[in-house]
Design a protein around this ligand. Structure first.
Ligand code: TYD
Length: 205
């Protein structure tokens, strides 16, 4: 694949949105052709699925939850990510398959091997070239999120769930140190943006 595929991951309130905007601004400033997208969402179908997934009024069992995230991802890969990479663009995606492994696997307890097999089908084996994991204590992350307003369905889950998600992300990163850049989300945003840019610039060559 000629382009470069970058994902941002992390537990709630770790500062992904801030860093995504900073990275997009750097790419734009240097005239690098790029696409910024997000999960769940990023396509008309994904936006509909996102509304369902985040609705605090809905009760969703772990398996259908995974399948809904997967539906959004399968569409996004085919409609947006793969075509952009084929055109040589940099694709920056706010969350991707590692979120399903962390939230639905480690968090909800769905089987890891099943999840891996499903992810292969959903993504057609498309794995990020670089994954930035912004790590943060879930108690701190959830307090940041609470300050923003009404929590969504996932943000309402208990602290134990969010602690498993965080540990899940760290476990995934330890398994694949080549792909992951793990950063402390409690650090200053400017310093984080510098570290992320260095890693991206290295891969851009
Ligand atoms: P969003 O508002 O995008 O959260 P954030 O700003 O933290 O990225 O909502 C996405 C929520 O969905 C978030 O709580 C993480 C969760 N999620 C999963 O549980 N599994 C997944 O596969 C993905 C992509 C997200």
């Amino acid at each position: 694949m000629p382009g470069l595929f970058i994902t941002l991951e992390g537990p709630e309130g770790a500062g992904k949105s801030t860093q995504l905007a900073r990275l997009a601004a750097r790419l734009a400033g240097r005239g690098v052709p790029h696409v910024v997208t997000r999960e769940p969402g990023g396509t008309p179908l994904g936006m509909r699925v996102r509304e369902v997934l985040l609705d605090p009024e809905l009760s969703i069992e772990p398996l259908p939850e995974l399948l809904l995230y997967s539906a959004s991802r399968a569409q996004l890969v085919r409609e947006v990510i793969r075509p952009a990479l084929e055109r040589g663009k940099v694709v920056v995606c706010d969350r991707y398959a590692d979120s399903s492994a962390a939230y639905q696997g480690f968090g909800r307890g769905l089987d890891g091997a099943f999840l891996e097999a499903l992810t292969r089908e959903v993504t057609g084996g498309l794995t990020p070239d670089l994954t930035v994991l912004l790590d943060l204590d879930p108690a701190l992350g959830l307090s940041r999120v609470a300050a923003r307003g009404q929590p969504d369905r996932l943000e309402r889950a208990d602290l134990g769930f969010h602690a498993r998600v965080r540990k899940g992300f760290l476990t995934l990163a330890a398994r694949d140190p080549e792909r992951f850049l793990v950063l402390d989300g409690a650090r200053d945003a400017d310093a984080l943006a510098e570290d992320i840019w260095r890693a991206v610039a290295e891969r851009l060559g």
